[in-house]
Design a protein around this ligand. Structure first.
Ligand SMILES: [Zn+2]
Length: 355
């Protein structure tokens, strides 16, 4: 074994390494697991004891020397490459970092809240897990009421402690099918006059399609006073549509039935796409948004049923008020022209990034 020429070889290879990667390569070629010097060190065991001491010492010296050279060269190269790296090309476009932003539904909810706030409505909240009493009975839908079947319900296991007086009437537990129970909860704790809105989630046990999801967002409204009328209701809703969708939008009421109001109405809004004509002038075609009707069904509403007032603890005939409930999903779909409600809950960034 010619250690001198081996030393020359390594020294030259190390000092000629032109990059940190190449330097590592050279180092491994001699001192790596399969390196030349490592091999010689392993071979020592086959030598006679005298030879082993002599050769071992020389090899160890060489190894130390290589390590030293390697470290020196490494520092040099690091400095070089570092200096190169410090040079900044200011014309290179910056890296775009993904930023989060508000979900379209949250935006719609905030806009709606702001508009109603401007009309003196406070925000009220209630639990998503409700009792049969607040979700149905107190809203004039006793056990055998057929309207209960209209709202396919997620019933929950477990029951409230019936020994406690506040749970006497509670019934079974469920996921609220609408935001209307918040009306009753609020009325129990407050004395009119007041105006509130209650935005939140509601759940229906039904098959999903482009217009229905098992999970939805509603906005409930309630105004109670001594002489609150249908006229007030129409004015408030029309003002909301106008501020939300733009000038020129009008509302119309159609008689309808909901157990918790009397009289009850379906509230339509003039179509924002065709301006109520049923025909899109700029595109010379019939309006698909409203199906040529010129009107879009927006929500259910009506004058609060006296049975609901009495369920909340008010005296029959003392107060009158109106209530309404609309789908925030519907509102978002209208405003942003989204055709499938499920897209709002899919977490699909190709949709969400557009807002
Ligand atoms: Zn239309």
């Amino acid at each position: 074994m010619d250690l001198d020429s081996l030393e020359q070889e390594v020294t030259s290879a190390l000092s000629h390494a032109s990059s940190l990667d190449k330097l590592e390569e050279v180092f491994r070629a001699y001192l790596g697991r399969k390196g030349k010097i490592t091999f010689h060190l392993r071979e020592l065991s086959h030598l006679s004891p005298n030879e082993r001491v002599k050769q071992g010492k020389a090899l160890n010296n060489l190894r130390d020397k290589i390590k030293e050279l390697y470290e020196e060269q490494k520092l040099k190269l690091q400095k070089q490459e570092g200096e190169e790296g410090e040079w900044t090309d200011v014309t290179v476009p910056g890296k775009r970092l993904p930023t989060g932003h508000m979900h379209p539904l949250s935006r719609i909810q905030m806009q709606a809240q702001e508009i109603f706030h401007g009309m003196g409505f406070a925000v009220a909240h209630g639990p998503e897990i409700e009792t049969e009493w607040y979700n149905f009975d107190a809203l004039n839908m006793p056990v055998d009421h057929p309207a209960r079947d209209m709202q396919d319900t997620f019933w929950l296991k477990g029951e409230l402690d019936k020994q406690k007086p506040e749970n006497k009437k509670s019934g079974r537990l469920l996921l609220r099918t609408h935001t209307s129970p918040v009306q009753v909860r609020y009325m129990e704790k407050n004395t009119p006059p007041f105006r509130i809105i209650a935005p939140g989630r509601a759940f229906r046990h039904e098959a999903t399609d482009a217009r229905h999801d098992a999970n939805m967002h509603q906005l409930e409204g309630l105004m109670v006073g001594k002489d609150v009328s249908v006229t007030n209701m129409k004015a408030v809703l029309e003002e909301f549509f106008r501020l939300f969708f733009g000038e020129g939008v009008t509302a119309r009421l159609r008689p309808s039935y909901f157990p918790f109001v009397e009289p009850g109405f379906e509230v339509d809004m003039s179509c924002v796409i065709c301006k109520g004509r049923g025909y899109v002038l700029s595109e010379s075609k019939h309006c698909s948004t409203c199906g040529q009707a010129g009107w879009i069904e927006m929500m259910g509403a009506g004058m609060v049923h006296q049975n609901v007032f009495t369920a909340a603890g008010y005296k029959q005939g003392d107060w009158q008020g109106f209530a309404f409930g609309m789908g925030l999903d519907r509102l978002a779909m209208m405003k942003y022209q989204i055709h499938d409600i499920r897209l709002l809950y899919s977490g699909d960034l190709s949709l969400l990034d557009q807002f």
